[in-house]
Ligand binder design. Sequence first.
Ligand code: 5GP
Length: 191
Amino acid sequence: MKLLEDKILKDGVVLPGDVLKVDSFLNHQINVMLLSQMAEYIYNHFKDCKVDKVLTVEASGIALACLTAQFFCCPLVFAKKSKTANMQGDSFVADVYSYTHKTMNHIEVTKKYLSVGENVLIVDDFLANGEASKGLISLVNQANAKVVGVACAIEKCYQGGGDSLREQGIDVLALAAIDKMEDGKITFRNS
Ligand code: 5GP
């Protein structure tokens, strides 16, 4: 999505440790107009699938997922991160390693918000190693629901998470796909 690529080139900052900072428009201050157009782009890609729920993980995926759910006229569910397993009986639970924080997070969704047979679209801000997506897919599988696809704002292709999901037959949509970030210079796939 050219609009997002241009915004990343203009306002994104490459930090040490291969982290792209986009908090001026995506995950701290939010450019709602841009995210709304991104959500529409996701909708156009998946509109022929019957999407019953959009699923993300708190916190930074929520804004894009929320706007995406609005296009599908369906609920957004966000997995909560918690340090204890005290709701285990009532929740679907997965462990996710956080790339940015270098910590293991326990993510969970109350069982009543993911039901057998539902079509679930996973949406997140970044797709890097794919840990967050794999955790969310695990929650959907535990519910005996179906993943219709994974959509992310920014895929860091060189970390391999997106391609590993594609190899499993999952429809992965990246609105901006980064092939490399070297010396602060960002190169997009297909550009
Ligand atoms: P993954 O689990 O695919 O390795 O990483 C996805 C999660 O890590 C996203 O939910 C996102 O919050 C965070 N993340 C991964 N890479 C970056 C990055 O370069 N910049 C930012 N801001 N977050 C990232």
